[in-house]
Design a protein around this ligand. Structure first.
Ligand code: ZN
Length: 143
């Protein structure tokens, strides 16, 4: 299945989220960091959820994470995804701390909670989105 041929709605881009989507279109994962407390923040917000500071800046994330949970989707919520079903979505705990929901590329083996993940920018429905894939060079972490 060529994911790029999917006829799906694009993201709703706002002033707040534009830096994330601009970076995504160039194959990067950019998330906010707080200059006050030093913590990473995702999803995009005007105020740090840890210390309430407004001093949030955008930085590239490492692109590394861990599969916290996942679901194999057989019945998509949008008809445009039907040709891709079943497909995998997962909660990715980024190395920087925050968790994000993402499309997970399926590989040679079945996914397991704790699997190490790597950013895998992917053409989906006419745009590059920040998907993830299982990192074949790292071991599973079951903490
Ligand atoms: Zn903060």
């Amino acid at each position: 299945m060529d994911l790029d041929t999917l006829n799906i709605a694009g993201p709703t881009i706002t002033t707040l989220t534009a830096p994330f989507w601009d970076a995504a279109s160039r194959g990067r994962l950019c998330i906010q960091h707080c200059e006050e407390c030093g913590k990473a923040v995702f999803y995009p917000r005007p105020i740090c959820p840890h210390c309430w500071s407004r001093r949030l800046v955008w930085r590239d994330a490492s692109g590394k994470g861990r599969l916290k949970s996942f679901s194999l989707v057989y019945k998509p919520g949008h008809a445009g995804w039907v040709p891709a079903a079943p497909y995998l979505v997962g909660l990715v705990e980024l190395a920087e701390g925050p968790t994000m929901l993402s499309f997970i590329l399926t590989g040679a083996r079945a996914p397991e909670v704790g699997d190490p993940l790597l950013l895998a920018p992917t053409q989906i429905g006419g745009r590059v989105l920040p998907a993830f894939k299982i990192d074949p060079n790292q071991r599973r972490n079951t903490r």
